[in-house]
Design a protein around this ligand. Structure first.
Ligand code: NDP
Length: 392
């Protein structure tokens, strides 16, 4: 079958766009590329196609329009056959290709342990969507999240790590091996590392789903540039909300930061917040509903906790940063044990309740949600896996 025409709209600063380009390169697919940031009229053309939905990458394959598609969705639209050899037994399969798995893969592949990383979203994980990382050791001036992720990927691939794009659906122990059911069929490995990390939580209020990508966003580096000279609201009071609000001041004319109780960000970030005259902080404000005209967001309806009075914030967009939830949905039917919030429980060797299955990084119960810790845990997991492989 001839490949249908592929049209891509994206931008340099968007991690999902890099994922899409990697996908096209790996499948040797040519496509018509439009940069919504630098090409005059490209953003408007994209919004006309998507009916005003401002999420990138927007990819049009034949007459199918997709925004932020996963590799599996692209496979489906292109009717591509599974790319993996299904009979292959790997030494290690890592689920996820964020900093934890990439660091672990640097260690395993350097010792000639055959390693495949299986990623359904962005290579580099949440770190790749972080604008600027100031506290990762070894970079005295800081480094962009995308560059850090790219460096980790290159280093892992230099030693022979293979990164595959696809989704793991289930994991089980079978005949001394770990069986992974994936969108590309069943795979087998002697050991598995779950390093799927966490994703941003949603508020679960009326209007949030309706206006997703039409004014409601969870990634500042991905979608912030759509709000040049516009008024926006940021929800949350932790490190993420404050850091992302500061980043969004590059674009927005004004930001209302809505904090449910009190600020929980670090002193350094609170100090930067106090110095920034584009951000107004509202403490003790709960968000109740997002209202729009059907196509775009118009206001957020809130309640002031102290008085119980309703208050509206008129806005062009809402960015939500209210904490993280672990990416463990695919493990719900397994024997793996979780803590009360849903993070994976491990022993001190990072082993889960399934033999041969390890977990590390932001998905693990007790994780500190720092990139440096994630990388450290990745290295520890690799050493534990090596030990396990030697004795199994
Ligand atoms: P946090 O859990 O630290 O903070 C969550 C914030 O969201 C709190 O202010 C909380 O309010 C608020 N919140 C929760 N649910 C709702 C809701 N339904 N409506 C409105 N507000 C709500 O999450 P973060 O994402 O900020 O950070 C996650 C982790 O990542 C932390 O460990 C953090 O330190 C780390 N991190 C570190 C960074 C760095 O080192 N530079 C940068 C970014 C993140 P309340 O207090 O009322 O519960």
């Amino acid at each position: 079958m001839a490949t249908p025409k592929i049209v891509y709209y994206g931008a340099d600063w968007c991690a999902d766009c890099h994922m899409a380009k990697t996908y096209f390169a790996r499948h040797e697919l040519s496509y018509e590329a439009h940069d919504i940031d630098h090409e005059p009229g490209a953003k408007e053309a994209m919004l006309a196609i998507t009916g005003g939905s401002s999420a990138i990458p927007t990819i049009i394959i034949g007459d199918v329009i997709m925004q932020e598609p996963t590799a599996a969705q692209l496979d489906k639209a292109l009717e591509l056959k599974p790319s993996l050899e299904q009979s292959n037994i790997q030494d290690v399969i890592m689920v996820g290709a964020g900093p934890t798995a990439l660091a672990a893969a640097i260690y395993t592949t350097r010792e000639d342990i055959d390693t495949v990383l299986y990623e359904k979203g962005v290579i580099g994980g949440l770190a790749a969507t972080t604008d600027w990382v100031d506290n990762y050791p070894g970079f005295p001036d800081g480094i962009s999240g995308l560059d850090l992720a790219e460096n980790l990927r290159k280093q892992a691939e230099r030693f022979g790590a293979k990164i595959e794009l696809g989704e793991v659906l289930d994991i089980a122990h079978e005949d001394g091996l770990v069986k992974l059911s994936t969108t590309d069929g069943d795979r087998y490995a002697k050991a598995v590392l779950i390093a799927t990390g966490s994703d941003y939580k949603r508020m679960g209020i009326p209007g949030e789903d309706t206006y997703y990508a039409r004014g409601v966003h969870y990634c500042a580096t991905c979608d912030g540039a759509f709000y040049r000279d516009k008024k926006i609201v940021v929800v949350g009071g932790g490190n993420s909300a404050v850091q992302e609000a500061l980043f969004l001041t590059r674009f927005a004319s004004h930001i209302d930061l809505l904090v449910r109780s009190e600020l929980r960000a670090s002193e350094v970030l609170i100090h930067q917040l106090e110095k920034n005259d584009k951000i107004t902080v509202h403490l003790g404000v709960t968000t109740d509903e997002i209202i729009g005209d059907g196509a775009k967001v118009e206001k957020v309806v809130c309640t002031r906790a102290a008085t119980g009075k309703k208050v509206d914030f008129v806005t062009d967009g809402v960015f939500v940063f209210i904490g993280l939830k672990p990416n463990t949905g695919f493990l719900r039917q397994t024997e793996i044990e979780f803590d009360e919030i849903g993070f994976i429980k491990t022993n001190e060797k990072l082993e889960t309740a399934i033999k041969g299955v390890f977990a590390a990084g932001d998905v693990r119960s007790g994780a500190t949600m720092q990139i440096a810790s994630a990388v450290g845990e990745g290295a520890t997991a690799a050493l534990r896996i090596r030990e396990y492989l030697q004795h199994s």
